[in-house]
Ligand binder design. Structure first.
Ligand SMILES: [Zn+2]
Length: 107
């Protein structure tokens, strides 16, 4: 085993992810949906996204900031965090749980 090899860490909990551990790559893609463009698009949603991104490219020439309109983020997660993320991407459940806990400690 090469000790110099950089150890990957889970982007969520920070736990080390040794090379013999299963890692999960979560790709988050967000882009602006101009005026409900995608909802009105008739046909393959993938085609709709592509022409939307083409439009963004054209708008970029006009000074539109494409970075603001479209953003891809890639995270490497351990299995536990991947499962947590997929079951509750915005951690709404755990926030509610925290609020419950705090209430419980107040009396
Ligand atoms: Zn993790």
């Amino acid at each position: 085993m090469n000790a110099d090899m950089k150890t990957l860490r889970c982007n969520c909990c920070g736990n080390e992810l040794p090379s013999d551990t299963i890692k999960f790559v979560v790709e988050v893609r967000s882009f602006a949906d101009f005026d409900g463009y995608l909802e009105e698009y008739e046909g393959d949603i993938e085609d709709g996204v592509n022409s939307l991104l083409d439009n963004i490219d054209e708008m970029e020439d006009d000074g539109f900031d494409a970075d603001e309109a479209s953003r891809d983020s890639i995270y490497i997660l351990c299995k536990k965090c991947r499962d947590n993320f997929l079951s509750d991407p915005f951690q709404i459940g755990s926030m509610a749980f925290d609020a419950e806990n705090r209430k419980g400690t107040l009396h």
